[in-house]
Design a protein around this ligand. Structure first.
Ligand code: GLA
Length: 344
């Protein structure tokens, strides 16, 4: 552990380095961000495959494209920032046009979490008070990063003292070429999903679980990300690329394969497994060059891709979607693993 810097109010912010074998990961208590992941290519050459900033100061600038953040209390969108729970309506401040995104304007990405070292990693804890960003109930969220061999594991746990809703995920942007080498359009992705949740013009799910078959959302076999991204498809046009939730095949609550990204150039692969029912595959469409990452690299469109394992967006307003409610006495548990490999 080292102190990486201080927030505006003088709070010291720890940063931790996890290493096992060749993989090295850094995480910070500010927003429980994943700051960097160093992984070898097929020749053993190391590169940082997660976008990130050199200095804490850049993470403090808001709004920020959530580079590596833990997003909460509700990752992804809630339509009009509004939902009803046990007959009472709650309003989350809007920060994405007419919707609330990633927990509202001051989400979990903007707090210094408590931290402690655990075997193989770090555990971060945040207590979000009753009424925080309009959400009911005091929520205690625990995010544990551990590294074993080539696998970075993130365990999420949460409890509440009043019924609430939550959707915690990690918003890392990966680029298997290395964070200073080109964009993600020539990399391939496979997503273990027969269906996805189509969206309206404001990226809120319509409620339909639509087949991916015969659409550019079909990644049941590995496909190059850029191959169909500019197709004349209304969904792609709305999002400016990929920014959708796929309905994962596999039993919810048990570990199942979500996605595999592979880079034909470096040979690096990234395999994502999760207990979550969905994954948001976002192709970095809104990155506009206004943030500069490590090595002085401007984060422009498609510089990195996000694989946000999660419950479906706007679930509190879709009773047919898997529930995001948490009640007092219950514990929410969820696990996602990211495995960094190579192919010949
Ligand atoms: C998520 C959303 C995107 C975008 C990014 C942050 O991935 O789905 O639409 O808001 O977060 O820029």
């Amino acid at each position: 552990m080292a102190i990486w810097g201080h927030t505006a109010d003088g709070t010291a912010v720890p940063i931790y380095t996890l290493s096992d074998g060749e993989i090295e990961v850094r995480v910070t208590a500010f927003g429980a961000h994943l700051v960097s992941v160093k992984a070898p290519d097929r020749a053993g050459k190391m590169a940082d495959v997660a976008l990130g900033y050199d200095k804490l100061d850049t993470y403090l600038i808001k709004p920020n494209p959530y580079i590596g953040a833990i997003v909460g209390r509700y990752g992804n969108r809630i339509a009009h920032g509004k939902f009803t729970l046990d007959g009472k309506t709650y309003q989350i401040p809007l920060n994405d046009g007419q919707n609330a995104l990633h927990g509202g304007p001051k989400g979990f990405d903007q707090y210094v979490w408590q931290s402690r070292e655990v075997p193989g990693g770090v555990e971060f804890t945040l207590v979000s008070p009753d009424g925080d960003m309009g959400f009911p109930g005091t929520l205690t969220a625990i995010v544990r990063y551990t590294l074993q061999g080539k696998t970075l594991r993130i365990d999420y746990t949460a409890t509440t003292d009043k019924p609430t809703v939550l959707n915690l995920t990690n918003h890392a942007y990966f680029n298997l070429h290395g964070d200073d080498q080109g964009d993600i359009l020539d990399q391939k992705i496979e997503i273990n999903a027969d269906r996805y949740t189509p969206v309206d013009a404001t990226l809120i799910p319509t409620g339909e679980l639509a087949p991916v078959a015969a659409t550019p959302m079909d990644f049941r076999k590995p496909e190059t990300i850029g191959a169909r991204i500019n197709d004349a498809n209304e969904q792609l046009k709305r999002a400016g690329g990929y920014d959708f939730n796929w309905v994962l095949n596999g039993e919810r609550g048990t570990m199942h394969q979500a996605a595999i990204v592979s880079d034909p150039v470096s040979g690096r692969t990234l395999t994502v497994e999760t207990t979550e029912p969905g994954i948001q595959f976002y192709s970095g469409n809104f990155l506009d060059g206004s943030f500069t990452g490590r090595h002085g690299v401007k984060y422009t469109k498609h510089k990195g891709l996000c694989l946000e394992t999660q419950h479906y967006p706007d679930s509190p307003n879709h009773p047919k979607f898997p529930s995001t409610e948490l009640k007092p006495g219950q514990t929410m548990h969820s696990t996602t693993t990211f495995t960094f490999g190579v192919t010949k």
